[in-house]
Design a protein. Structure first.
Length: 139
């Protein structure tokens, strides 16, 4: 979804940035994990397929995807790449384009050392707020 292509959301624990082609190599490495494939009901993709998926998600009117960054690392080291701060992703899927108030949010904290620390909770709450604000802005 292009709606969030220039959006950065800053929380206490996480920073949400749009999923771009620069994130694909690390995302692809995560998705080689059989555990993550099982937990996300995903099939393994080639790197080319992963790039195509990223482009598709950017263009789809019913998906909004952010990469979840570790805010502490991202803020502490100016010039640090987003890729080196990545810990997961959060997605908003609109389930009925006729009624944009209906949707589903999914979060994945792919980096095991960042699980159980509240990053996923904060990412979901930020996405709920963002989705609600975007819905209000479109009225």
């Amino acid at each position: 979804m292009r709606l969030n292509q220039n959006t950065l959301l800053l929380g206490k624990k996480v920073v949400l940035v749009p999923y771009t082609s620069e994130h694909v190599p690390r995302y692809h490495e995560w998705m080689k994990s059989e555990e993550l494939q099982r937990l996300t009901a995903s099939e393994p993709l080639s790197l080319e397929q992963e790039y195509a998926m990223q482009r598709s998600w950017r263009e789809d009117a019913d998906k909004c995807t952010f990469i979840v960054l570790d805010a502490e690392k991202w803020q502490a080291q100016p010039g640090t790449t987003e890729e080196s701060c990545m810990v997961g992703d959060v997605n908003l899927f609109l389930t009925d384009l006729e009624d944009p108030t209906l949707g589903e949010i999914e979060v994945m904290i792919a980096e095991p050392s960042f699980r159980g620390k509240g990053l996923g909770t904060e990412a979901v709450l930020m996405m709920l707020s963002y989705g609600g604000d975007a819905q209000t802005d479109n009225k």
